[in-house]
Design a protein around this ligand. Structure first.
Ligand code: CUA
Length: 313
């Protein structure tokens, strides 16, 4: 959040720096007063001395306390007004370039790019490409419990609430990969519910969009082909979608273009063949509690399945 990459994050960071600065000055003032008090109290240990000083300083002390209370109220009201101003600015609805539905699941993110033509809706998982310099609206919801969408470089937190759709805006100024994290405790694997926002120049974004909207090229070699059969018959397809095949289930993340994503299991593991194999064989070892079941594959089936998944570029 200290390196904001959007106007939204910038206004939050600015508010934070003001709070830190003013709070820091107040802290320094309190410490200074404490040292002053300790210093001036030294050397008057006797009861006579105490009586001497207590009476004349009492009025002054009252004035100091009243002044400090007034100052505190002033600072708090000032920040309250500033904070409302920032909140209002974040809730502004500029003309939108793009609407993305972000749906929280235990423990991964479903991403759907809105399109007037439902057949052209692009669905992916745990990775959100957005164009830079354009306001993007996120429509947030959840299928199970409350999650929270937080990409500190780009905006503040926003909850994903079951049965309720809320809205969030991001305008990324600078191209880059921004890590996001679920920020509301949502069960055992809350910590392993990460996502990446990839902000890229509009032409690159359009190219990604066009590429991702195409179904995968069907496998050609015999091992990958038998892997596809394994995928479609052994149970994988009861949860996952792979574009251009009969697998169209939406319980788990879409695996169309799986290999174009750098992570699997919502930021838990790098998307390498070895990790993919480990994840398929024993998902509970990496993410205890995950809803991904482990299917007892024969070694040959597993090799074929991995060969097929490797083709989903
Ligand atoms: Cu989802 Cu925490």
């Amino acid at each position: 959040m200290f390196s904001p990459a959007s106007p939204q994050a910038q206004s939050i960071a600015r508010l934070w720096w003001w709070m830190c600065g003013v709070g820091g000055l107040i802290w320094l003032a309190v410490i200074a007063v404490m040292f002053y008090t300790v210093r001036s109290a030294r050397g008057r240990r006797g009861p006579d001395d105490l009586q001497h000083v207590a009476t004349p300083t009492h009025k002054r002390l009252e004035r100091i306390v009243a002044g400090a209370v007034f100052g505190t109220i002033l600072v708090l009201v000032g920040f309250l007004i500033y904070d409302f101003g920032v909140g209002r600015a974040l809730a502004q609805h500029p003309s939108r370039a793009l609407t993305i539905e972000l749906i929280g699941h235990q423990w991964w993110w479903e991403v759907q790019y809105d399109d007037p033509d439902p057949s052209k809706r692009l669905v992916t998982a745990n990775e959100i490409h957005i164009p830079t310099g354009q306001p993007v609206q996120f429509k947030l919801s959840s299928t199970d419990v409350i999650h929270s969408f937080w990409v500190p470089n780009l905006n503040g937190k926003r909850d994903l609430i079951p049965g309720y759709t809320s809205s969030h805006w991001i305008t990324a100024d600078t191209p880059g990969v921004y890590r996001g994290q679920c920020a509301e405790f949502c069960g055992l694997q809350h910590a392993k519910m990460a996502l990446d926002i990839i902000a890229e120049p509009p032409d690159q974004f359009r190219a990604w969009m066009a590429r991702s909207s195409q179904p995968n090229t069907p496998p050609v070699d015999s091992v990958a082909l038998s892997g596809q059969r394994v995928f479609l018959t052994a149970g994988c397809s009861t949860c996952h979608t792979i574009g251009g095949t009969a697998a169209q289930a939406t319980v788990g993340p879409s695996l169309t273009h799986l290999k174009s994503r750098p992570w699997i299991a919502a930021g838990t593991l790098r998307n390498t063949r070895a990790n993919l194999e480990g994840w398929i064989v024993n998902p509970q070892a990496f993410k205890p509690g995950t809803h991904m079941p482990s299917i007892p594959f024969q070694p040959r089936e597993l090799t074929a399945l991995l060969a097929y998944l490797e083709t989903l570029k």
